[in-house]
Design a protein around this ligand. Structure first.
Ligand code: AGP
Length: 609
């Protein structure tokens, strides 16, 4: 997730307006920043890696001439957070500048095609293919206007984009376009603005025009013109008045980042399905050759590893060992060796325990692989191969969207490994891939249809002294994650363990009205789980069940239930089943008057051991 911005002013310089607007988009990414403007038919560019204020101190980003320009604040997905990968990106002539938020899925094929046509690339980004593609389209069709050349080029792109493009060929215009990544226009008496998000221009106007998928916009000092990329048909859309405060706008109208990020999961899951095939294949190759694989992480990322151990085992017949990073050195520090493979999972890529564990393994010649949300983080620098989960910055201390993104990437790895090892039939592969693609919509449905019910459950049980979270099989990982969420932001002591363990001790805790959350996908453990539910019911527990829609058997037994669309294979079930638990923790915290974004005693990234 990055932040893009552009403006065409009737009076005044664009650069200072762009910089201050990018500052208000910095929550979308802060690896690097760049601004390009046009003045007297020439392009001026300043960009570098680093946060906006730091780069501005060195380069003085305001000192660029011209009343028209574009800017970008980056969250690295393709290519490390270096100056060479920072936006705007140019074509060979330097006369076309592009800023982009999103993922161009077919960028490697386009890059090869353009390189064979003598285009020179300088970055590792997917974005850089766009200016070169426009340049080539113009070369092949010199009679095309610049706008038409952009429009034709957009038809070649696959994936998500919010773009702002300037060129000396039409120096008075910004051309924007949208496919899935957010793009909105602002308009006031002195000019027109385009941005990834409303906060960028809210201080200077609350008149906004939403841009929809498949639309191209031409901005000039006189206003905006929208048309469909597909067939150039004109689109008429009036501005709406935004009632948000600036602070609300950064949360897109949500009261907290945590609930915004829970609602973002359909989009972030779509982004994880646009993984870089090359890195998925590389990681799969290393895992296939591995003698022993440790999945090393902390907290929520550890729960993703726990779920992944079921995925690797059930799909690829690969045994993996989830290990708490803080325990790794004690437990395996002496035995880890050159034949060991570590797959470290860390959203921040900076968790001290995880870094220490990986460093210990690396010193003993183990192969280090990693999955992280922050390209350029310490973990990526000590990994032999890493892959970015592409969730965008997660501001809420409680991990939510990054958890489901991690699960999606790990499931893709397990599936690739299963295919490589010939362990699953083509039908099963097709079904799993089809269901992976459905997950963003499934999660969207869960959020849209079950949030209200979760709110009621939170209100009813907010004063409970303790919660149980139980599951069987891969749902044990989901149960652990639900427990962590409730503990860390609602401060309710919670207990989670495999449901089959209840009778080996924990069931002695159960008293009348004791809330027990059961995670109940319709998988092989469903029947046995019903027995576990009965055990708890018999002792007076209040059963809160997360079930597949239409699971009348468990709905009848439960005091409360939340439904997840049916048909999701068990190995993928933690993704949709975790969402009601995230919502439960959030709404219980609200009921208790806590700020879910800033839970006491916790930090977003635990960089101390
Ligand atoms: C999860 O909600 C917590 N914020 C915490 O457990 C977190 O998952 C853990 O500290 C690991 O962080 P990482 O993924 O950045 O390594």
């Amino acid at each position: 997730m990055c932040g893009i911005f552009g403006c065409v002013l009737k009076e005044g310089n664009a650069a200072p307006v762009i910089r201050s607007s990018l500052k208000r988009l910095e929550y979308r990414g802060y690896d690097s920043v760049g601004i390009a403007t046009i003045s007297d038919g020439k392009i001026y560019l300043k960009k570098d890696q680093g946060k906006i204020d730091d780069v501005h101190k060195i380069l003085n980003l305001d000192d660029l001439p011209g009343n028209i320009g574009i800017g970008h604040t980056r969250w690295a997905t393709h290519g490390a957070p270096l100056k060479v990968n920072s936006h705007p990106h140019a074509d060979c002539t330097g006369e076309i500048m592009v800023v982009h938020n999103g993922i161009i899925e077919n960028f490697m094929a386009l890059r090869t095609e353009l390189q064979n046509l003598d285009h020179t690339f300088v970055s590792k980004t997917d974005t850089e293919v766009i200016p070169h593609l426009i340049e080539e389209t113009l070369k092949e069709n010199p009679k095309l206007s610049f706008v038409d050349a952009v429009q034709e080029s957009l038809k070649r792109l696959e994936g998500s984009y919010a773009l702002a493009i300037i060129s000396t060929k039409e120096p008075d215009k910004i051309i924007c376009a949208r496919n899935e990544s957010p793009l909105v226009l602002g308009i006031n008496g002195n000019g027109v603005f385009c941005a990834s998000d409303i906060p960028a221009f809210l201080p200077v106007t609350n008149k906004a025009v939403m841009v929809n998928n498949g639309e191209l916009v031409i901005l000039t000092a006189q206003g905006y013109e929208i048309k469909k990329i597909r067939d150039s048909s004109p689109v008429s859309r009036e501005p709406v008045t935004i009632e948000w405060t600036a602070e609300m706008a950064v949360k897109q109208g949500y009261p907290h980042f945590m609930i915004k990020e829970i609602h973002e999961q359909p989009e972030t899951l779509r982004n994880t399905l646009r993984m870089q095939e090359h890195y998925l294949d590389l990681l799969t190759t290393f895992l296939d050759r591995a003698n022993e694989v440790f999945l090393v992480a902390c907290g929520t990322s550890y729960h993703a590893c726990l779920a992944a151990s079921y995925m690797f085992s059930k799909l690829a017949f690969l045994p993996t060992y989830p290990v708490y990073a803080s325990e790794f050195i004690e437990q395996h520090g002496k035995s880890v060796n050159i034949d060991s493979t570590i797959l470290a999972v860390s959203q921040s890529g900076e968790t001290a325990d995880t870094i220490a564990a990986v460093t210990c393994a690396q010193q003993r010649a183990a192969t280090i692989l990693s999955l992280t949300n922050v390209i350029g983080s310490t973990l990526t620098r000590i990994s032999r191969v890493y892959i970015g989960q592409q969730s965008g910055p997660e501001i809420g201390v409680a991990a939510t969207k990054t958890f489901t993104s991690q699960l999606s990437v790990l499931a893709q790895l397990a599936l690739r490994l299963a295919k490589k090892r010939g362990k699953v039939s083509q039908d099963e592969i097709d079904s799993l891939e089809e269901n992976l693609d459905k997950l963003p919509d499934i999660v969207d449905t869960v959020v849209k249809t079950q949030e209200e019910k979760v709110k009621q459950i939170a209100k009813k049980y907010k004063d409970s002294k303790v919660f149980f979270f139980l599951g069987r099989g891969i749902s044990t990982a989901t149960a652990y994650e639900g427990r962590l969420k409730l503990m860390e932001i609602a401060y309710i002591p919670s207990i989670a363990f495999p449901a089959g363990e209840s009778k080996h001790g924990p069931i002695s805790l159960v008293e009348n009205g004791f809330p027990v959350v059961f995670i109940c996908p319709k998988d092989d453990s469903h029947k046995t789980l019903i027995g576990n539910i009965m055990e708890m019911k018999a002792r007076g527990a209040s059963i809160i069940a997360v079930v597949e829609e239409g699971d009348e058997e468990i709905k009848t037994l439960a005091d409360e239930y939340v439904e997840v669309p049916k048909g999701i294979p068990s190995v993928l079930s933690p993704i949709p089943f975790a969402v009601p638990l995230q919502l439960l923790a959030y709404y219980v915290a609200l009921e208790k008057g806590y700020n879910p974004d800033m839970p006491r005693n916790l930090a977003k990234s635990v960089t101390v051991k």
